[in-house]
Design a protein around this ligand. Structure first.
Ligand code: B12
Ligand code: SF4
Ligand code: SF4
Length: 402
């Protein structure tokens, strides 16, 4: 019995004009599947390899050992998925409606959760859509009598330099905060890729547009943007509250303020984000219980409640202990309040806290008691100044959400 695919012509039989038409269709299908933009680039990231190596040599990955594993494969998509000739890079907007940034950052009794994390986890949703894009390409080629291409979707799930690929594919430029941003839409988007063995025509990168602006560098609460375009991951609040397994170094605790899961400050002060569109995916809307949440309420969640209320959300992956650790730090940073002291003391008795969390609770208690005796209620001036600058720029630049 003959294999039906044996009647199909090889991929190499595609003409340049057929590949050009296919590239245009891929972009239209991408938008139909909910991506805001799709671009195409080749796999050559050899310019990035020495920069990635330097970043690792300086230890900027902290405890994120996955960043150092796999050698330079991260910059070599053709090694990650054999036969890859092109990367189809796609971005999806995630800014939820009623983000309420200013109100949230201004009230130290509320917990601030990065706006990418208040809804459903993006990984699965985007990977499924990229897989569908691959299916559409396959179906189109079948219509042309051409055999199946070899493609594979990725979203932050494998050793791959997503941001430099998206930069190369023309989706935006790399900002001084190291994220990708786009003149028309800002930076509130996720990235994902479809690796494919088709020699599609590539897109042209866009010119960098930060010019003389340094707002993100000046506003970063922990000075994690150590040079333009270079983030010391081990100082970033996103790392300290999400990636770091153990204790949060004391030197960063006050600067964390009320940010209990990730941080958006470098994007909040970015002038290019003033035009950012809201997401079209209701899955990325912030869940009711995570909108302007009271720290004391979140701190009272048992492990069972935490698991139930964060089901399907990226927050779940940090687990209950790190959740309590982060909230304890924020409670330590809140103004003196007897109810906070009582909640911290009560948590110490619960069997849900381990030694690591206990140490953070003790730190928070010492901060609260220090404020009780000194009548000083705020955080150090330099910490406050930066947060106030972020709040002012949200109020000025994003009136819709302030
Ligand atoms: C590890 C990681 C982190 C780490 C380290 C951050 C970092 N900047 O590397 C931590 C946990 C801190 C983090 C935080 C965040 N992350 Co993150 N993260 C990643 C991940 C998994 C890998 C990034 C990476 O490869 N880093 C390695 C370093 C070496 O790469 P790099 O920072 O881009 O460094 C390059 C530049 O320094 C450049 N360079 C050096 N010198 C110069 C000079 C010039 C002139 C230029 C132009 C460039 C340049 O060369 C280096 C190598 O390419 C990617 C997903 C992925 N698989 O790619 C998501 C990703 C980058 N993160 C993302 C997001 C959304 C965030 C947060 C906003 C989340 C939050 N709200 O808390 C923050 C933002 C912090 C920040 N300013 O970077 C998105 C970014 C989307 C976008 N619009 O760009 C990604 C792409 C995930 C996704 N699939 O959407 N993240
Ligand atoms: S996410 Fe926050 S801590 Fe991290 S680089 Fe941006 S401003 Fe700094
Ligand atoms: S804040 Fe300024 S320097 Fe930073 S990414 Fe935005 S435009 Fe570039």
């Amino acid at each position: 019995m003959s294999d039906s695919s044996s009647h199909l012509a090889p991929l190499t039989s595609l003409t340049a004009s057929q590949l050009g038409e296919l590239a245009l269709k891929i972009k239209t299908w991408g938008q139909e599947l909910g991506f805001a933009q799709v671009g195409i680039c080749d796999t050559d990231l050899s310019d990035e390899e020495p920069k990635l190596q330097q970043w690792l040599d300086k230890g900027y990955h902290g405890e994120m050992s996955y960043m150092a594993n796999h050698g330079m494969m991260r910059a070599r998509s053709q090694e990650l998925h054999q036969g890859t000739l092109r990367v189809i890079s796609a971005r999806m907007n995630y800014l939820p409606p009623q983000a309420g940034f200013a109100m949230n950052l201004n009230d130290p009794n509320l917990g601030y959760i990065s706006r990418y994390a208040g809804g459903r986890d993006y990984h699965k949703l985007m990977r499924n859509r990229l897989k569908k894009l691959g299916d559409k390409i396959e179906a189109e080629l079948a219509l042309l009598g051409i055999c199946k291409p070899n493609s594979r979707p990725f979203v932050d799930s494998a050793p791959i330099l997503e941001r430099p690929l998206a930069d190369k594919a023309g989706l935006g430029w790399t900002g001084k905060h190291s994220l990708l941003l786009n003149q028309d839409v800002g930076s509130w988007f996720f990235l994902g890729e479809l690796l494919i063995d088709l020699p599609l025509p590539v897109d042209i990168p866009v010119a960098e547009g930060c010019n003389t602006c340094v707002a993100c560098i000046k506003s970063c609460p922990t000075n994690a943007i150590v040079e333009p375009y270079i983030v010391d991951g081990s100082r970033c609040i996103s790392y300290l509250t999400i990636e770091l397994q153990g204790a949060i170094p004391v030197e960063f605790r006050q600067a964390i303020g009320n940010r209990i899961y990730g941080c958006d400050d470098c994007q909040l002060v970015c002038p290019v984000n003033s035009k950012a569109p809201l997401t079209e995916e209701s899955d990325f809307h912030t869940r009711a219980q995570l909108k302007q949440p009271q720290l004391l309420e979140l701190f009272a969640w048992s492990e069972t409640e935490f698991l139930k209320l964060t089901e399907g959300s990226p927050i779940r992956r940090i687990g209950h202990a790190r959740w309590l650790r982060n909230i304890a730090v924020a409670l330590g940073n809140a103004p003196y309040n007897e109810a906070i002291i009582q909640a911290l003391v009560a948590r110490k008795q619960s069997d849900e806290v381990d030694i690591m969390v206990l140490e953070h609770i003790d730190w928070a208690l010492s901060q609260q008691r220090g404020k009780q005796t000194s009548n000083e209620n705020g955080l150090p001036q330099d910490v406050n100044r930066k947060t106030q600058r972020v709040i002012r720029s949200v109020e000025k630049g994003m009136p819709r959400d302030a």
